[in-house]
Design a protein around this ligand. Structure first.
Ligand code: APR
Length: 312
């Protein structure tokens, strides 16, 4: 008998709720939405609401809400969105202290109840929080990954497709580096239907798109006023979870622990990785030119600075 997979969603807020919807719609497994006790109603309410759409869509995935971590026991995948989102005027780094406290609360429970879960972190500041979760759980590096690159790349692809007026499917792109304003959208590797981007858009237009991609999160925080993006982050994380659960071996940009790749040792940062049943099965090294290397170095310095402020 093939057992249905179990997907633990730690944090039942905006992203958590959308992750639950996507997991159910893609029939990836049963979903448990976990949140703190004072948000138990939110977790249970979202699970109930979503269970009530299963008949409409003919979905077998069962959803439940809890504030008891034991209910996550044996999860195959854990997606961590527990944490505070940004408010207008805040940087992701402003969240470090509060969200580190939350990761410190989650990590030991995750280790105890879900020791084998492929763990995808979304909590910001992303590169530092995935580092913290990895360190505090003691999980293998292939078991822990941060979601940022898929989202940043998806934003980049959208802005390009809009400017060119072409199908988003034909835009291929890659964003490397930390999930901050100095992330590295790789213009040289970007193409539209196989044609280099520089042959399709003017340098001014490309520069404006790179800037808007880097500030993509802040643009949404300003529009929403009360929080940050949630539809696209949830879809991005679910793509990673799906690649693990179905052993798709997708090559996706994500924050992985580097041990010498790109000249970086002992830090998480966004790079292309292969995600399959073995977790982060491979890190790909893109050949960068001098400018790109300098941009990645700048982004890494920012990530390192944030990690260095952490009091373990
Ligand atoms: N354990 C579990 N859940 C927690 C904990 C904790 N210790 N502390 C807070 N939470 C929950 C909150 O109760 C809330 O329901 O995390 C949830 C976060 O949901 P939202 O506030 O709606 O935030 P969301 O938009 O989902 O973003 C979550 O992801 O992209 C990042 O910057 C974003 O750090 C933020 C995180």
């Amino acid at each position: 008998m093939v057992k249905r997979k179990k997907i633990a969603l730690i944090g039942a807020g905006q992203i958590g709720g959308n992750l639950a919807l996507l997991a159910a719609q893609k029939q990836l497994g049963d979903v448990v939405l976990y949140d703190v006790e004072k948000a138990l109603g939110l977790a249970k309410g979202k699970a109930l609401d979503l269970n009530q759409l299963r008949a409409v869509d003919g979905l077998d995935s069962m959803l439940s809400g809890t504030s008891d971590f034991k209910d996550l026991e044996g999860a195959d995948v854990a997606i961590v969105t527990a944490g505070i989102p940004r408010k207008p005027g805040m940087s992701r780094e402003d969240l470090t202290e509060v969200n580190l406290g939350i990761v410190k609360d989650v990590a030991p429970k995750l280790k105890q109840y879900c020791p084998n879960a492929f763990s995808i972190v979304l909590t910001n500041p992303l590169d530092a929080m995935v580092h913290a979760l990895w360190k505090l759980t003691g999980f293998a590096k292939k078991q822990v990954v941060g979601m940022a690159g898929v989202l940043d790349t998806s934003r980049f692809r959208f802005f390009i497709s809009e400017a060119v007026g072409c199908s988003i499917e034909d835009v291929h792109a890659l964003v490397l580096g930390g999930h901050g304003d100095d992330m590295v959208p790789l213009v040289r590797q970007c193409s539209v239907g196989g044609i280099p981007l520089a042959e399709v858009l003017s340098p001014d237009k490309i520069d404006a798109i790179v800037k808007r991609t880097r500030e993509g999160g802040a643009e949404l925080v300003k529009l929403y006023q009360t929080g940050s993006a949630y539809f696209a982050p949830a879809a991005s994380a679910m793509q990673m979870a799906e690649s693990y659960l179905l052993d798709r071996k997708r090559v996706l940009p994500a924050a992985a622990l580097l041990e010498g790749e790109y000249g970086i040792q002992g830090y998480f940062i966004g790079v292309p990785v292969q995600i399959g049943a073995g977790g982060v099965e491979r890190v790909f090294e893109v050949k960068l030119n001098e400018d790109e290397r300098a941009m990645l170095e700048r982004s890494f310095i920012s990530v390192k600075k944030t990690v260095e402020t952490i009091r373990w």
